[in-house]
Design a binder for this molecule. Structure first.
Ligand code: NAD
Length: 401
């Protein structure tokens, strides 16, 4: 690591970083102002679980995009289940399931685009999207700086609420995480600065509007679902500006929901709380910045039975994407174990999606069928050593629909 760095190079990098920082600040202030204008135009309440804006149209279009790695395997099963549970609506023509082609790593690399234009256009034509996991290009793939397709889609469609439920009924655990989905460390993921041979800096951004809307989404959900407690999770003792502001704004919003108890925790102790069997079933709804939400929901999913058991919703004012919480599991594919991927993550996302578009009966039928299949499989849960295959699991679900 003995590098000879000239002070002129360092000076050049510092000047460039300062110029870029000004651009970044102006862009983010403009983004906050856009969000404020939209809120003022559309009203304050951000409820998740509303029907899609266009659901009063004659036809609802649900897009499906398989993704990479185990994505196509679990999506094939999810499509079979959706066709079964939505048979009547599909037959009447009031609903269309639209497979979206070309959302693969190979195509994204070939096009040199995070999401190729034709794929983006096809997704935009749908009311909601069921999405498989996508592999994020890394340095070893020797590619231009293509960012995560997930982050790109969440930002492009402004899907600010990442809702991730985790439940273990026999332990009294019923958690719903409201992870802020467009800000924090992810807002400027590829815009960090490097001062040659000296240091690297990444940015973390929380805007007032971005925080207020995720806080409202969490409290509105709590109120609508009879939840008695919301826990705000930050590291405000260290990240004083970003997390400090997040905490203060959540507390302000909490005052409008006096019937709901609010408490606040630091992320490190919350990570411990989730494995503390004496207290963990007292938590109900969590609201937290992007990165903490990303990490702690994998922990929560693992407590539930593995990341293959957890689904999630990415919800904005005009669009929503539903997906598993996990990634493309490339190692499962390399080891020839793809057929053992658990599709229940994607199917649980489908339960949330059906409820979101207002198909409550179908959503409940699918939810009950998943629960029955999980019970029947028990220790042969898909994804575990000696577990059932993806297809066996789906067949069990279909037989319980
Ligand atoms: P991963 O979630 O793909 O895998 C983590 C572990 O969970 C692995 O051991 C895997 O075998 C297991 N696993 C995942 N899904 C499973 C399932 N359905 N059934 C059984 N076991 C399952 O995490 P990773 O390996 O860190 O990431 C792989 C790629 O996915 C990366 O490129 C990452 O950027 C991307 N990723 C995408 C998303 C998304 O599309 N929303 C989310 C996370 C990661």
């Amino acid at each position: 690591m003995d590098k000879k760095i000239y002070s002129s190079e360092i000076e050049r990098d510092i000047r460039s970083a300062v110029e870029n920082f000004e651009i970044v600040l102006r862009e983010q202030v403009a983004r906050n102002q856009r969000m404020r204008a939209e809120r003022e135009e559309k009203g304050a309440a951000n409820k998740t679980g509303d029907p899609v804006p266009n659901s009063n149209r004659d036809k609802v279009i649900i897009g499906t995009a398989a993704g990479d790695g185990i994505g196509p395997i679990i999506m094939t099963e999810a499509e079979k289940v959706l066709e079964a549970v939505l048979r009547d609506r599909l037959a009447s023509g009031s609903l269309v399931l639209k497979p979206i082609e070309g959302f693969t790593l190979e195509n994204r690399l070939a096009a040199g685009k995070t999401v190729p234009d034709s794929v983006m256009a096809a997704m935009s034509e749908c009311d909601v999207l069921l999405k498989g996991p996508t592999t994020t290009p890394n340095a070893a793939m020797n590619t231009a700086n293509i960012e995560s397709a997930n982050v790109y889609l969440r930002k492009s469609f402004d899907l600010f609420a990442n809702v991730r439920p985790v439940a273990i009924p026999e332990e009294g655990i019923d958690w719903t995480f409201f992870r802020e989905n467009t800000e924090g460390e992810y807002a400027l993921g590829s815009k960090g600065e490097y001062i040659t041979g000296e240091l690297a800096v990444d940015f973390k951004v929380t805007t007032d509007e971005g925080t207020e809307r995720i806080a409202r989404a969490a409290y509105e959900y709590a109120r609508a679902n009879g939840k008695k407690r919301v826990s705000i999770v930050t590291k405000a003792n260290i990240m004083k500006k970003t997390d400090g502001n997040f905490l203060n704004i959540c507390r302000e919003v909490a005052k409008e929901y006096p019937e709901i108890e609010t408490d606040s925790w630091f992320i490190d102790i919350m990570a411990a709380n989730l494995v503390n069997k004496d207290i963990r079933n007292n938590f109900q709804v969590f609201v937290l910045p992007n990165l903490y939400g990303d990490i702690i929901t994998d922990e929560a999913a693992q407590i539930q039975g593995g990341v293959g058991t957890a689904g999630s919703a990415n919800i904005g004012r005009n669009y929503a994407i539903f997906e598993a919480i996990h990634g493309s599991a490339p190692r499962m594919i390399e080891e020839g174990l793809g057929e053992y991927a658990n599709p229940s993550s994607l199917l649980k996302a489908a339960v949330m999606m059906l409820s979101h578009v207002g198909y409550r009966d179908e959503s409940k039928r699918l939810e009950d069928a998943l629960e029955a299949a999980d019970k029947e499989l028990g220790p042969r849960m898909t994804g575990m050593a000696g577990g059932a295959t993806c297809r066996e699991y789906t067949e069990l679900v279909m037989s319980r629909l």
